[in-house]
Ligand binder design. Structure first.
Ligand SMILES: C[S@@+](CC[C@H](N)C(=O)[O-])C[C@H]1O[C@@H](n2cnc3c(N)ncnc32)[C@H](O)[C@@H]1O
Length: 176
């Protein structure tokens, strides 16, 4: 699951307040899709997920939070579609990273926002290198490492989470 501190940066970079349609690739539990859908009820959210167990959880969470503006697509991305959207988040790529980046730029409107998260350095570098040769602007990468306080014996300590790398960029062109 994309943890809350990472979600906060991801959602900020996606700038969904001005969006009509948003695609969440590798939606997993639905944490990003559902938070986006609840924050902006007028937003159309398309959640793509390939794993059966994750899909079951995604449907349960979608019902629990009554997010009718989330459409779930059970498939491995990239999927064939004729959508043009304002923002795409890639939270899981499963070996499809290069084709997903090209697919994302095909389906983003000019000026659209592309955000992705990685924990593996190899995937981070593959994405960052490839994006350097694609028509994007404002390419940025942030490493986030948040720790939460938990009890230990009679005291407390900050339990570390793995660092997560957040890449964000804009598809070149002006949003019309
Ligand atoms: C880190 S997890 C879930 C992250 C999600 N944002 C969340 O909060 O639960 C990544 C997910 O991406 C899915 N996934 C990986 N590659 C995929 C692909 N090419 N198409 C669709 N789903 C994919 C995996 O099945 C997994 O559920």
């Amino acid at each position: 699951m994309t943890k809350e501190p990472v979600r906060a940066l991801v959602l900020s970079r996606l700038q969904l307040h001005s969006a009509e349609t948003f695609i969440d690739v590798g939606a997993g539990t639905g944490s990003v899709s559902l938070e986006a859908a609840m924050t902006w009820p007028g937003l159309q959210v398309i959640a793509i997920e390939r794993d059966a167990a994750a899909l079951a959880l995604l449907h349960t969470n979608r019902s629990h939070f009554a997010c009718e503006n989330v459409q779930v697509i059970a498939a491995q991305a990239p999927v064939s579609c004729d959508l043009q959207v304002d923002a795409i988040f890639i939270g899981g790529s499963g070996g499809q990273l290069a084709s997903l980046l090209h697919w994302s730029l095909e389906h983003l409107l000019p000026g659209g926002r592309l955000v992705m998260t990685f924990i593996l350095h190899e995937n981070l570098m593959q994405a960052f290198t490839l994006l350097g040769s694609l028509p994007v602007s404002a390419l940025e990468c942030v490493q986030l490492q948040a720790s939460s306080m938990v009890a230990l014996g009679e005291g407390h300590y900050f339990k570390p989470n793995n660092p997560t790398f957040v890449i964000s960029c804009l598809k070149e062109g002006n949003h019309v």
